[in-house]
Design a protein around this ligand. Structure first.
Ligand SMILES: C[S@@+](CC[C@H](N)C(=O)[O-])C[C@H]1O[C@@H](n2cnc3c(N)ncnc32)[C@H](O)[C@@H]1O
Length: 360
């Protein structure tokens, strides 16, 4: 997924830097507590680490619950009651088969169509076009079917999160936006015109049990211990809750009250203090002081709300501080917003501290 602050293109830099500080040893617990798309945890999961993942957004919980939490083959054993052809399908091919079955469902005029497609909002005070009508209806029928299967208990939790992740990833690729859900485009762009099919999300099989949470980091940190704590907070004032509000609604599918031009859902509970210039230093200091790991790593860039000096001062409270840097292409959410920036590249920092007094 094209996600603000995604570390997809920095994974090797992260691994090399972490290995230099903490040594190369994957028999450890890696805590990724601002997990976003789950790409960092997935990378280290593949290397053999046990992962603890967390994020305040529910769509992120869904992604991580699948990419990190799921680590065994999914058999869809009980779904054979409803999809009888499944019995004849090899277990390893069943994920594809179920996704194809869902892709073939006829679209329905549900919440997404009625609120975020032109057909559903035509003649209303605010007309929205986040998806083509067809894709909005497909999204609704697939999401409703997944929920129905869950309620009937004919899919397991693991299967539920696999399917919901596949839906979030697939529909996101067909969104009629410049990149995030803070605005939609007036005309349907080319990729948004193509009908989406449900592409099975990657399943990373390994023999570790992982843990996934959906809480504020400063709460989850009190209950979490491990070897390596990796922190990748928001860098600026842009709230993830507003930029990805439609993915949140697809993940929850809870028919929320929505408002405004973009059809925002209420998000006060998910408003991140890491996006507040006034509050970030205090909560970050609490986080660092309460971490129960030997190594703490922090991704941040040179344009973030906290300065290099702030970060160094706070992280040094726990022990020996250092950092690695890498030039990085700026995330392009939408061109007009980036108009004021002159530089195309930013410097991405990986700060670290080797804690003297371990708290566990
Ligand atoms: C920079 S992104 C992480 C990107 C991630 N490393 C990736 O590569 O996909 C920051 C994440 O922090 C989450 N977040 C913001 N404030 C949070 C908080 N107080 N507690 C937990 N998660 C939070 C956001 O929802 C967002 O997914």
């Amino acid at each position: 997924m094209n996600y603000i602050g995604s570390k997809l293109s920095l994974l090797e830099f992260l691994e090399e830097s972490i290995d230099k500080v903490a040594g190369k040893n994957s028999n450890r617990v890696f805590c990724d507590l601002f997990a976003g798309t789950g790409i960092v945890g997935s990378y280290f999961k593949k290397k053999g680490y046990k992962i603890i993942a967390n994020d305040i957004q529910h769509y992120s919980y869904v992604l991580n619950r699948h990419y990190i939490g799921n680590h065994r083959e999914l058999t869809f054993a009980k779904l054979t009651k409803e999809v009888s052809d499944l019995k004849n399908i090899d277990v390893k091919d069943r994920r594809d088969f179920v996704c194809n079955y869902l892709s073939d469902l006829k679209g329905k005029k549900g919440f997404i169509y009625k609120n975020y497609c032109i057909g559903g909002t035509k003649g209303e005070k605010i007309e929205r076009q986040y998806f083509s009508d067809e894709n909005g209806m497909r999204c609704d029928s697939i999401r409703q079917k997944i929920e129905e299967w869950k309620e009937k208990k004919i899919i397991s939790d693991d299967e539920y999160y696999f399917l919901t992740t596949s839906l979030i990833e697939s529909i996101d690729k067909k969104a009629n936006t410049a990149s995030v859900y803070g605005a939609f485009l007036k005309k349907l762009k080319k990729t948004a015109q193509n009908n989406f099919i449900l592409k099975p999300a990657e399943l990373i099989i390994n023999n570790q049990e992982h843990e996934v949470f959906n809480e504020d980091i400063n709460e989850i940190l009190k209950k979490t211990a491990g070897d390596i704590l990796y922190l990748d907070p928001p860098y600026n004032q842009r709230q993830y809750a507003t930029n990805y509000h439609i993915l949140e609604t697809i993940a929850k599918y809870d028919n929320p009250e929505i408002y405004g031009k973009t059809g925002l859902r209420e998000y006060q509970d998910q408003k991140s203090v890491y996006c507040s210039k006034l509050k970030v230093k205090k909560v970050f200091k609490d986080l660092i002081l309460n971490a129960k790991t030997k190594y703490i790593f922090l991704s941040y860039n040179n344009e973030g709300l906290m300065t290099l000096g702030d970060i160094k001062e706070i992280m040094s409270l726990r022990g020996e501080y250092g950092n690695f840097t890498k030039e990085y292409n700026r995330f392009k959410a939408d061109k007009s917003e980036n108009r004021n920036f002159t530089a195309n590249k930013t410097v991405e920092y990986l700060h670290y501290v080797i804690c003297k007094n371990q708290k566990y």
